[in-house]
Design a protein around this ligand. Structure first.
Ligand code: R5P
Length: 289
């Protein structure tokens, strides 16, 4: 296998190549220094992929990375790759997984249908709703980044893992079980993009180090609200942990209520501290997909 990484996922691609002991194919992202005057993108594979199985790694966020991914896919086909396993570490648009109001698209489906062109298999990481994998006609698998978070949190003295909402319960359970510590969850109601209501709940947080885990942090409102509640209930330390650190706008400032913020390398940010490459390597070696 060879690894090709788009510019959204260079660090993870490099780590995946290291973990799987596969060559990383260099890619040129600008034809001329500064790029094309009109802002159009360019890529060029600098190594051979003819007859190879290629793991192509690229998150679909922000939007220009989607176009870059199309270019990479076309270049791999042109260059005669035998098989392409498309790894989408963060599947942007996964949250619009249905038509919420008339006239809307099913954005996750719109992306899936186009991304699977030139892909023999697709791997995602904690896609927001695993049912979106049904939009791919090629074999697909969602890989959990929770073991990576557990690996990081293992050395942090965490004695309680908390999910900020119902949906994240399974994440808190997985991480709590890995760390062999208690886990609990809160009930959340989203009012709008920047406002959430967390139902008050007595958490056994006094004097404890609590890790709040979620699949993603966008505005940080969900985690910040939960963290404030934990502080009020006497938590000694609060660590926010997510797989996908989007950190939109001033999310990181909002999260200063936490003692530490950690995210994986599905997206790069100042909070990226652990890699999901081992989990992806295991999935890619699994063979079924
Ligand atoms: C929601 O279901 C997700 O798991 C996250 O809890 C949510 O998207 C986080 O958003 P924000 O950081 O904007 O509160």
């Amino acid at each position: 296998m060879k690894v090709v990484a788009g510019s959204a996922s260079l660090a993870l691609g490099k780590e995946l190549a290291r973990v799987t002991k596969s060559p990383l194919v260099d890619v040129l992202f600008e034809k001329h220094p500064g790029g094309f005057p009109d802002g159009e993108q360019y890529i060029r594979l600098l190594g051979s992929v003819e007859g190879e199985h290629v793991a192509l790694v690229q998150s679909t966020y922000p939007d220009p990375k989607i176009v870059e991914l199309f270019l990479l896919q076309d270049a791999l086909a042109e260059a005669g790759a035998r098989k392409v396993s498309l790894v989408i570490p963060y599947f942007g648009y996964g949250r619009q997984d249905k038509k919420f109001e008339s006239g809307e698209p099913v954005s996750a489906r719109a992306l899936a249908r186009r991304l699977q062109v030139h892909a023999n298999a697709v791997y995602t990481v904690n896609v927001h709703n695993p049912e979106v994998l049904g939009f791919f006609d090629v074999p697909s698998k969602d890989v959990s980044g929770m073991p990576a978070l557990a690996r990081y949190l293992g050395g942090k003295g965490v004695d309680l893992v908390l999910a900020p909402d119902d949906n994240a319960q399974r994440f808190a359970r997985d991480v709590g079980d890995s760390l062999r510590v208690d886990w609990d969850f809160l009930e959340k109601r989203r009012i709008d993009s920047f406002t959430v209501e967390v139902t008050p709940k007595a958490i056994d947080a006094k004097g404890r180090t609590v890790a709040i885990v979620d699949d993603l942090i966008s505005t940080g409102t969900t985690i910040a609200t939960a963290a404030k509640m934990l502080r009020d209930q006497g938590a000694k330390r609060v660590v926010a942990a997510c797989v996908h650190g989007l950190f939109a706008g001033n999310a990181l400032a909002r999260l200063q209520v936490c003692d530490e913020v950690v995210a994986t390398d599905t997206l790069l940010s100042p909070a990226t501290k652990v890699s999901v490459a081992p989990e992806l390597a295991t999935a890619l070696a699994g063979g079924r997909v």
